[in-house]
Design a protein around this ligand. Sequence first.
Ligand SMILES: Nc1nc2c(ncn2[C@@H]2O[C@H](COP(=O)(O)OP(=O)(O)OP(=O)(O)O)[C@@H](O)[C@H]2O)c(=O)[nH]1
Length: 348
Amino acid sequence: MASSNCVRSGSSGVSCVIGTLPCRAILAACWPCPALTLNSRVSQLHTAMTTTDTGSHDTTQRTLFSEGPLRPAPRPACVVVIHGEGLGRRADIHEAPVLIGRSPEADLSLQHKSVSRQHCRIWRDGDICRIQDLGATNTTCVNDASLRAETVLADGDRITVGESILKFIAQDSVEARYHEEIYQLAVNDPLTDLYNRRHFCEMVDKEIGRAVRHGRPLALCIIDVDLFKPVNDRYGHISGDEVLRRMGALVQAHARGDDVAARIGGEEFALLLPECALDDAVALAERLRAAVADEVFAPGGEPQQITISIGIAGLAPGRDSRSTLMTAADVALYRAKSEGRNCVRIEA
Ligand SMILES: Nc1nc2c(ncn2[C@@H]2O[C@H](COP(=O)(O)OP(=O)(O)OP(=O)(O)O)[C@@H](O)[C@H]2O)c(=O)[nH]1
C-alpha cells in the first residue's frame, strides 16, 4: 500500500488518510512520519484533521497534499570525481571549456603524479558535451576505452584520468545534486559549517603552490579559543558547542572572498589568507580578536566574555610547505597563550 511508509497499522480507533488511501493507525505511530521527516524537501504539506465519532472510536483523518520534492533549478552538465585524488570534487561545464589536469591552474586540478599537467578537456557543443585527450602520458579513457579522438559524452560515462575516475553527469540530472551534497558532507565541519581540517589542509597545499609559483604573499592565522575547558565544565558541552558555532560565524565574517576559513580542531580555527602581506594579516587578526572580545556570549544563559589567541605566519624562504607554515603559526599561537592570551602574535 502506498501509504505504508507513513503509517503503521494499529488497533486503536484512529484512521489515517494519506492522499486518497485510508488506513487505520495509531496516531502516535503516524507522527512524526518517517517518510516526511526524511524528506525535508516536501514542498507543501497541508494537514487536514477531522475528528468524528464512529461508534465507540474517534476517527481522525489526516490528509497530506504534497507536490513532492522541490524541483531543483536547472543544472549544467558536470563531471564529478568518484574515485581517487579529488574525490567528490565537481566541475560544471558552462560555456568555457573545462581543463582537467595536474596543473593548479586547471579547472579541475588533480594533484597526482598519474595525471598530466593538461590531461583532457571537456566542452559544450550546443546541447552535447565533447571530450578530448590532450596528449596525456596516461591517455584519458572513457568507459575504459582509450580516447583517440574527440568523443561525445553520454550521461553516466566514466572518464579515467590517471588513477582518478570521473563520472559525466548530463544537464539537469538530479544525480549532480546528490554528489554535491555528499561533497559538502565530506569537506565541511558539521558544527560550524566551515571547512574541516582535511579540506583545509588540501587548500593550504594548493595555495602554497600558487603563491610560490607567482611569488605572491600568503599568510596563515591559527585561532584558539582561550580557556574553553572551564566554559564546557561550567555550562556543559551543548552550550560549549553553541559558543563554537558563533565563533565559527565570526571567523567566517572576517574572511574576504578568497580567504579560507576552517575549524581545524575542537576549539581551534584557521584562516588562510592568499595574497595577504603579514601586516595586513595582523590587522585582520586584530579586528577578529577585538570582535570576539566585544561579543557577548551567553553559554547557559549567562553573559560571558570569551576571548581568542591568534598565531600568524607568512610564507618565507624555508617556510614554504604546509608543515613548516602551520608549525610556525603554532609557535606564534603558543607565544600568544603564554604572553597572556587575548592577543595576536607573529612568527617572523
Ligand atoms: N563543546 C565542545 N568542546 C570541545 C569540542 N572539542 C574540544 N572541546 C573542548 O575544548 C577544551 C579545550 O581545552 P584545553 O585544550 O585544555 O584549552 P583551554 O581550556 O581552551 O585553554 P587554553 O587553550 O590554554 O587557553 C576541552 O575541554 C575540550 O573538551 C567540541 O566540539 N565541543
